[in-house]
Design a protein around this ligand. Structure first.
Ligand SMILES: Cc1ncc(COP(=O)(O)O)c(C=O)c1O
Length: 345
């Protein structure tokens, strides 16, 4: 028998594709960010950007950092992750156990919050390590480029897809997957973005948010607005309640960005019974056991919601979105066509 064993990152990078309703499928990942982490490092290696001793440096407070830590450990590559106090201690310990140096910035910047502060710190670290490589998930086109593999997998498993729904943080997964699907299927596929109130991604003003992984305080160059047909803003407590409902209804133990996306996808699938809807479910529930999956924590933070809303409120401009689930017909417009310059955050 040939050697069929692969590394754990390779073994886990593609999702399980599961049936969630007559016309609804979920792409349930262990850790979606393994796809861009491997792809970006492979490309950098092939382009000769990773010499012996070259340090990988990235700003992240979540799953991309973990994926990089796993991938760099397997490659024996030094890694520095710049993060902020919101990174949960268990994740920090796990990244350090994998050999990553985790550098925590103490204070948010006045404009752009912790994300800006992290990028400033990143620039400092780059001058300290002249031989470095920046995966730069927010701007590296290889982040969306990594998802061609997912599009191929969805096409091979399902045959066709009409609507793709997913959370948006850097924009990599949704923009890359929908571009890949339109290409490989040779047909139109609609894209539905799931964001949260207080995120600047689709034209709202920056404000504090509890849900991590989707939404952003800065605009990532990898977010190509004109691929999206609809944008939904799901509040933190709705996203958390939906995560629990996804678990109770389908025994799928996923993180809160999955719950938020599933709530939107379920509505979409109900509304359009003849369309085949696929939803991206980016990570598992273990990291959120003591928060989203803990009723006491939810109650203490005023985040417990007993009933999920059955439908969103439609709005005409991003500024009218929120504070609870709302949606806008984006109609594949660039950001500037929806939000005149200077009108948003
Ligand atoms: C848990 C989780 N869900 C969703 C996303 C959003 O994915 P993307 O950055 O590809 O837009 C992220 C991004 O970090 C994430 O960590």
């Amino acid at each position: 028998m040939g050697d069929v064993a692969v590394t754990i990152t390779r073994a886990l990078e593609l999702p399980r594709i599961v049936h969630l309703g007559p016309n609804l499928y979920g792409a349930a990942f262990s850790l979606m960010k393994l796809l861009p982490a491997r792809h970006i490092l492979d490309r950098a290696r092939d382009d000769g950007l990773l010499e012996p001793g070259t340090v990988v440096i990235e700003s992240t407070s979540g799953t991309f950092g973990l994926a990089l830590a796993m991938e760099c450990r397997l490659r024996g590559r030094p890694l520095v992750l710049v993060s902020d106090p919101a990174v949960d201690p268990a994740l920090r310990r796990r990244m350090r156990d994998l050999g990553a140096a985790v550098d925590i910035v103490a204070e948010p910047a006045d404009v752009g919050g912790y994300q800006r502060a992290r990028l400033d710190r990143l620039a400092e670290l780059c001058s300290r390590h002249p031989r470095h490589f920046l995966p730069a998930q927010y701007s590296n086109p290889e982040n969306p480029g990594a998802y061609a593999l997912l599009a191929d997998e969805l096409a091979a498993t399902l045959g066709w897809v009409d609507v793709l729904v997913g959370p948006v943080g850097s924009g990599g997964s949704m923009c890359g997957t929908v571009a890949g699907l339109r290409d490989v299927l040779g047909r139109d596929v609609r894209a539905v973005a799931v964001d949260t109130p207080g995120s600047v991604l689709f034209g709202q003003r920056d404000a504090p948010r509890r849900i991590r992984g989707l939404g952003n305080s800065l605009m990532p160059p990898n977010l190509e607005h004109s691929v999206f047909d609809e944008v939904h803003w799901v509040s933190d407590r709705e996203g958390f309640a939906a995560t629990r409902a996804l678990h109770r209804r389908h025994a799928l133990y996923m993180g809160p960005t999955s719950g938020a996306a599933w709530m939107v996808a379920q509505w979409k699938a109900r509304l359009e019974p003849d369309a085949r809807v696929v939803v991206l479910l980016p990570d598992e529930g273990h990291r959120y056991q003591n928060t989203v999956y803990d009723d006491t924590w939810l109650r203490r933070h005023g985040l417990r919601l007993r009933r999920l809303p059955s439908r969103p409120v439609e709005v005409d401009t991003p500024g009218d979105g929120g504070p609870e689930w709302s949606w806008l017909r984006w109609n594949r417009r660039p950001l500037a066509a929806v939000v005149p310059k200077g009108a948003a955050a």
